[in-house]
Design a protein around this ligand. Structure first.
Ligand SMILES: [Zn+2]
Ligand SMILES: [Zn+2]
Length: 247
C-alpha cells in the first residue's frame, strides 16, 4: 500500500502532507503546509527550488559577491573544520586542501561562477560549486546593505561551513536526502529571520514566536534523522547567536 509522505512544514513546523511540487520532482520532500507558508520562505527557497534542490546547487555569484570574494582571497576569513579541530584559513588554502584547487584556478572558477560570465560551466561542476561556496564564505555580511538574496546566500554558506563534517558533508553535492532537507530547512529559517529584520515593530513579537516554533521543528527533524552529536551541533548553531541577520 502506498503511503502518502508526511513531514513538518518548513516554515511553521506543523505536520502536513503538502510538499513543494518542483522539489518533489527533483526527488526531495520539502513540506510547506499552505501557500502562506511557502510564500513566506520563497525569497530564499526559490534560489534552491526545483532543479537546484537535490543535489543542492548554489546559484551563480552576483558581480558584487564575486568582486568581494576576489578581494578577500588571502584573508583568514574561513572556518575550516577538520577532524574536530577548527582552523582559520584563507579561501585559497581551503580550496587547495579540500578540492585540490590552486589559487589561480580558484580565481578563474569564481569568474566562471559569476552571473553574465561568458565562460560557461555546468552549475553542477564539482569544483565550480566549491568555488561558489568559498566565495560566499569570504564575503563579509552586509546586513541592510547587500541585497536580500546575497545576504541569504552568504548566511547559508556560512552555516554550511559551521556544520560541515559533523552534520553536512563538506561538499553539498554529496549530501543525502536528510542532509539536503536539513539544509533547505536552514535556508527557510535564514530567510524568515532576514525578512524579520524589515518587519514593522508591531509584528516583531509574532515573528519571534514563529522563529521559536520553527527552531523547535528543525531540532525535532534533526533528532529523528541525525546522530545525537549532530543534533547537539545544530542546537548550538541555532542558539548561539542573537543577531537578527543570523540564525
Ligand atoms: Zn506551515
Ligand atoms: Zn521547492
Amino acid at each position: 500500500m502506498a503511503s502518502t509522505p508526511r513531514g513538518t512544514c518548513l516554515v511553521c513546523g506543523v505536520d502536513t502532507t503538502v510538499r513543494c511540487s518542483s522539489c518533489a520532482q527533483a526527488g526531495i520532500d520539502l513540506f510547506f503546509c499552505s501557500p502562506k507558508c511557502q510564500t513566506l520562505a520563497w525569497t530564499g527557497h526559490r534560489l534552491f527550488c526545483g532543479s537546484c534542490a537535490f543535489p543542492v546547487l548554489f546559484p551563480l555569484l552576483s558581480p558584487d559577491e564575486a568582486t568581494s570574494a576576489l578581494q578577500n582571497l588571502d584573508k583568514h576569513n574561513q572556518v575550516y573544520l577538520f577532524e574536530g579541530t577548527v582552523y582559520s584559513a584563507t579561501a585559497a588554502e581551503v580550496a587547495a586542501v579540500r578540492c585540490g584547487i590552486s589559487k589561480k584556478e580558484l580565481k578563474s572558477l569564481i569568474r566562471a561562477g559569476t552571473e553574465c560570465t561568458t565562460k560557461r560551466l555546468p552549475l553542477h561542476h564539482r569544483k565550480l560549486q566549491f568555488a561558489i561556496y568559498l566565495a560566499r564564505r569570504a564575503h563579509d555580511l552586509f546586513p541592510f546593505k547587500a541585497s536580500i538574496r546575497d545576504d541569504i546566500l552568504c548566511s547559508a554558506s556560512k552555516k554550511h561551513a559551521e556544520l560541515e563534517d559533523d552534520v553536512l558533508p563538506w561538499h553539498l553535492l554529496d549530501a543525502n536526502r536528510s542532509q539536503a532537507t536539513l539544509f533547505h530547512a536552514l535556508v527557510c529559517l535564514i530567510t524568515i529571520t532576514r525578512i524579520g529584520v524589515d518587519q514593522p515593530i508591531e509584528n516583531a513579537v509574532e515573528h519571534a514566536k514563529y522563529l521559536c516554533r520553527y527552531r523547535d521543528a528543525i531540532q525535532a527533524y534533526t533528532a529523528v534523522h541525525f546522530t545525537a552529536e549532530a543534533e547537539g551541533t545544530v542546537r548550538k548553531l541555532m542558539h548561539s547567536e542573537d543577531e537578527p541577520i543570523d540564525l
